[in-house]
Write a protein that binds this ligand. Sequence first.
Ligand code: NDP
Length: 248
Amino acid sequence: MKKLANKVALVTGGSRGIGAAIVQRLASEGASVAFTYTSDSSAEKASAIVADIQASGGRALAIKADSRQPEAVTGAVKATVNEFGGLDILVSNAGIFFAKDVSELSVSDYDEMMDINVKAVYVAALEAIKYLKQGSRIITIGSNMGDTAIMPQTLLYTMSKSALQGFTRALARDLGPKGISVTLVQPGPTTTDMNPDNTEFSDFLRSRMAMPEYGTAENIGALVAFLAGEESKYITGSFITADSGFNA
Ligand code: NDP
C-alpha cells in the first residue's frame, strides 16, 4: 500500500513551483490532494495538474482561493473536506516575496506580506483543526531567511518567515496532546518563478552556500512527503532547513 493511501491533503499555492511539486509528490504517495491557486493565468496549469493526477488513478481538486481573503482560505479547507470526506495533512505553502528599501516600505506593504505569508497560515490552521485527528500533520513552508537576515531590503519577508517559527513552536504545544504534529520546512534558494537559478542574484545566493547549487521544488516535495508520513511521527515543533548549507 502507498505510504499516504487514505490520507487527504490540502496544499495552498499548488499551481506552480514548490507547491506544485508538493501536490504531485503527495498524490504519488497515494494521498487525495486539494490545492489552491489565485491568479487567472494559473487556472490552466491547475487543471493540468488535476488531470495528470487523475490520469494516474489519483484524486485531486483545484480551488481558486486568494490567501489574502480569510474567508477564501476557510472555504478551501471546507471544500477539501466536502470533496474528500476529511483532512489529514495541511500544507501552507502559498507565499510572496518582494524586496524594498526600508525607507519606501508602507503599512500596505506590511499587510500584503503578512496577510499571505502569515495570516493565511493561521486562518487555515484554525479551520483545519476542526477536522484533523490523531496522526494528522500541519506543515508550513517558511524560509531559511526566517533564521538569517541575508541582505538589506528583506525586512518584511524575513519578518514573515520568522513569525512562522513562533507559530510552529506554539501550535505544536497546543496540538501535541491530540497527536497532531506541527512542523516548518525552511527551504533555501530553490529554482522557481520566485527565485530562478540563472540570474546575477542567483550567483550571489550560490556564493553563500556550502554546496553551491540551487534546490529543486522536488527536493522540497520529498521532504514534505516525509513529514506527512508515519515515519516522521517523532518530529513536532521543529524546523527543517534545506538550503544547501546557506545558513551553515
Ligand atoms: P512561486 O512564486 O513560484 O509560486 C507561488 C505559489 O503561491 C503559486 O502557486 C501562487 O499561485 C501561490 N500564491 C501566491 N500568492 C497567493 C495568494 N494570494 N493566494 C493563493 N495562492 C497564492 O513561489 P515558490 O514556489 O518559490 O514559493 C513557495 C513557498 O516557498 C513560499 O512560501 C516561499 O516563500 C517559500 N520559499 C521559496 C524559496 C525559493 O527560493 N523559491 C526559498 C524559501 C522559501 P498562482 O499561480 O495563482 O499565482
